[in-house]
Design a protein around this ligand. Structure first.
Ligand SMILES: CC(C)(COP(=O)(O)OP(=O)(O)OC[C@H]1O[C@@H](n2cnc3c(N)ncnc32)[C@H](O)[C@@H]1OP(=O)(O)O)[C@@H](O)C(=O)NCCC(=O)NCCS
Length: 183
């Protein structure tokens, strides 16, 4: 599946994206706050593309202007989710390379993926979690209309092998529909 927004194309990751992925994913400002260690080599990035980004509903965030991937976004389903979710719920996850922060690109990609989740996939709830210290992610979630559900003060982050405080926010389909009518 390929999704499009004004500035972006969301498309499946490809093996040949490994050098671009490494360029951004090696930066310690990206992975650790999102729960994964920085990539150490292009080869590791290639393995992540094959083993992790091959999951359903995982997309490379490609800038239309350059045709190159600059981040990743996806809907985690079932047991892949950070927390146990009800049926017909999924979890939104995202990151974007540091040079592209602050341009509203992830909110733009997220709006399209949330639309896809509620309409094409028939979801009733989209969830999003973030480390309580991750002000940027919490701000994005606020802009998208997610509201507080609960905190997990001691969440074990397996990939980082550390305990973090996590916030779980939620967007209901009914609230999303109302939000759309208001705009
Ligand atoms: C969270 C993240 C995806 C936000 O993506 P984005 O496309 O930059 O989102 P926005 O442009 O809406 O910026 C969100 C907030 O980041 C802040 N910000 C951080 N760096 C910034 C910069 N260089 N320029 C401007 N704003 C910046 C601003 O507070 C902004 O809020 P505002 O729109 O009210 O000013 C991005 O910061 C990121 O990849 N972080 C690391 C990975 C991560 O945290 N993933 C989420 C895990 S839960």
């Amino acid at each position: 599946m390929i999704l499009k927004t004004d500035r972006l194309i969301l498309r499946p990751w490809e093996d040949s994206d490994a050098p671009e992925l490494f360029l951004y994913a090696k930066d310690p400002a990206i992975g650790p706050i999102a729960g994964w260690p920085p990539h150490k080599s292009v080869e590791e990035s290639r393995q992540i593309i094959r083993q992790v980004f091959s999951a359903p509903e995982t997309y490379a965030v490609v800038l239309k202007e350059t045709g190159k991937p600059i981040g990743s976004i996806g809907l985690l389903l079932g047991s892949n989710c950070t927390i146990a979710l009800p049926d017909e719920a999924c979890e939104l996850g995202f990151w974007i390379g540091v040079p592209y922060w602050g341009q509203g690109l992830i909110p733009e990609a997220s709006r399209e993926l949330i639309r896809h989740a509620f309409t094409t996939l028939g979801m009733r709830e989209v969830w999003c979690t973030a480390n309580l210290e991750n002000a940027n992610s919490l701000r994005v979630q606020e802009k998208l209309g997610f509201t507080f559900d609960h905190d997990i003060p001691q969440y074990y982050s397996e990939l980082m092998n550390e305990i973090v405080s996590l916030r779980a926010n939620r967007l209901l389909r009914a609230d999303w529909e109302n939000m759309r009518q208001e705009h």
